[in-house]
Write a protein that binds this ligand. Structure first.
Ligand SMILES: Cc1ncc(COP(=O)(O)O)c(C=O)c1O
Length: 442
């Protein structure tokens, strides 16, 4: 249950926040001033004893809920045995690889266990280039794939505060328009446009590249750009286009996987299958684990010892990920995400009809992006209002992440997949009350 018993931030929180401001760089956090002490399922208690309802899952990580008993048990038990053994084999790394191969489509028959999502992107780019012998990569405007250089290079917001001034990026990466239908760069409307932006790829490649495409990389839905879900038709055409170009089709599901969208993997909504699949976040619901799952003809182009990572696949992380996958699958969390997600879809649709400042609510399962605008007709991004909404929700005990999106005006909502409909209703009630309050004061 939500419980706010001090001013926010509370006195103890202030001390930690002061230390953070003194000893950490400014780039560390843009979140509301909460200091987490403990978290269980969908509730977070701060250091002053205030309890918040979690609409963040960390950052789409705690899919199985915070401190799931099976995960905690796996941690306790493995901490006593062995944690790190570099790339020597341990009992759990191959078991995790096998589990990932079992739950993904049959063409994906090898899994490389790593530590972070960005690391899987780096690995995918390297493998695609080595496998095809080609260099050019097509990525998409607005994409977010992580903060390392290769991952930033295939990211699609070069002028953003987290990329500006960092160039030059990886050469021979070309950013094509994504299917962002709410703000279509071609000013077209789906479905009448028949996903014209994808057909445009041929002309794009003809004019911008040498036509030697090693890989195409895309998120299944664009997360950081504001939870933008492309039409399934767009994704299917993209898969076919990769085949035509003999390019490796890389799907980044670091965020979209492990039930987040109401299906185990986001690509199941689209009926496509990648050649390489990047996984992270919800793979463990907790500790740093990520994986690149792919076709052995691609994954095996490198010789032994040429691609590994210090912590990748350590026994502790691999065992935790296995316990997490077991919990997600055996406790119906994917189904719950679909069901509660359908309820939230109705609530957000009603809010969109009611409030002028809610331009579009889009999502799938338990990932949502709410576009905050000044007017529905003008769609002018209202980053200031979005910030105020997040702050006011926090003061009422609903935790949301700082606004995201190309213009910083999108509310990101992603509760743990174990949330009940009643808990989701409580969060939606708070959000609705805040939208009402702000709308009335305009
Ligand atoms: C789609 C996507 N890809 C990659 C990443 C990078 O993951 P990590 O922060 O674990 O490197 C993220 C992180 O937010 C993401 O959302």
């Amino acid at each position: 249950m939500i419980r706010i018993k001090t001013d926010l931030p509370g006195p103890k929180a202030k001390q930690f926040l002061d230390d953070a401001a003194t000893y950490e760089p400014r780039s560390m956090s843009e979140q509301v001033p909460i200091v987490w002490k403990r978290a269980e399922r969908v509730y977070i208690e701060d250091v002053d004893g205030n309890v918040f309802l979690d609409f963040t899952s960390g950052v789409m990580v705690a899919n199985a809920g915070h401190s799931h008993p099976k995960i905690v048990q796996a941690m306790r038990s493995q901490a006593d045995q062995v944690v790190n053994c570099y790339d020597f084999c341990n009992e759990y790394r191959p078991a995790l690889a096998r589990r990932l191969v079992e739950i993904t489509p049959p063409n994906l028959d090898k899994a490389f266990i790593l530590t972070t999502g960005a690391e899987t992107i780096e690995a995918a780019i390297k493998l695609a280039r080595r496998f095809t012998g080609k260099k050019e990569i097509i990525a998409f405007q607005g994409a977010f794939h992580g903060r390392t250089y290769g991952a930033m290079s295939v990211g699609g917001k070069r002028s953003g505060a987290s990329t500006r001034g960092f160039g030059p990026f990886l050469p021979q990466v070309y950013l094509a328009p994504f299917a962002f239908c709410y703000r279509c760069v071609f000013d077209k409307t789906y479905p009448e446009c028949k996903t014209w932006c994808l057909d445009y790829l041929d002309w794009f490649v003809e004019t911008e590249t040498e036509g030697d495409i090693a890989a195409v990389i895309t998120e299944t839905y664009q997360g950081g750009a504001g939870s933008i879900i492309p039409p399934a038709e767009w994704m299917r055409k993209l898969e076919a286009w990769c085949k035509k170009m003999q390019a490796v089709f890389i799907l980044d599901e670091v965020q979209a996987s492990f039930g987040r969208t109401g299906k185990l993997f986001g690509f199941e909504h689209h009926g496509v299958t990648p050649n390489l699949l990047c996984l992270g976040k919800g793979i463990s619901s907790s500790v740093p684990v990520a994986a690149l799952v792919g076709e052995s003809r691609i994954m095996d182009v490198l010789t032994p010892g040429t691609m590994s990572s210090t912590h990748g696949g350590n026994a502790f992380c691999a065992r935790v990920a296995l316990a997490n996958i077991d919990a997600i699958l055996s406790e119906g969390m994917v189904e719950n995400a679909a069901q509660v997600g359908a309820y939230m879809a109705q609530r957000f649709a009603a809010m969109q009809r009611r409030f002028e400042i809610l331009g579009e609510a889009r999502g799938q399962g338990l990932v949502w992006g709410l576009e905050i605008v000044h007017t529905k007709a003008g769609k002018e991004p209202a980053a200031d209002l979005a910030l105020q909404i997040v702050d006011r929700c926090y003061r009422r005990g609903l935790l949301m992440i700082a606004p995201i999106g190309l213009y910083g005006n999108v509310l990101r909502i992603g509760p743990p997949l174990v949330i009940t409909q009643e808990e989701a209703a409580t969060g939606c009630d708070i959000l609705e009350a805040v939208l009402e309050e702000l709308s009335a004061s305009r």
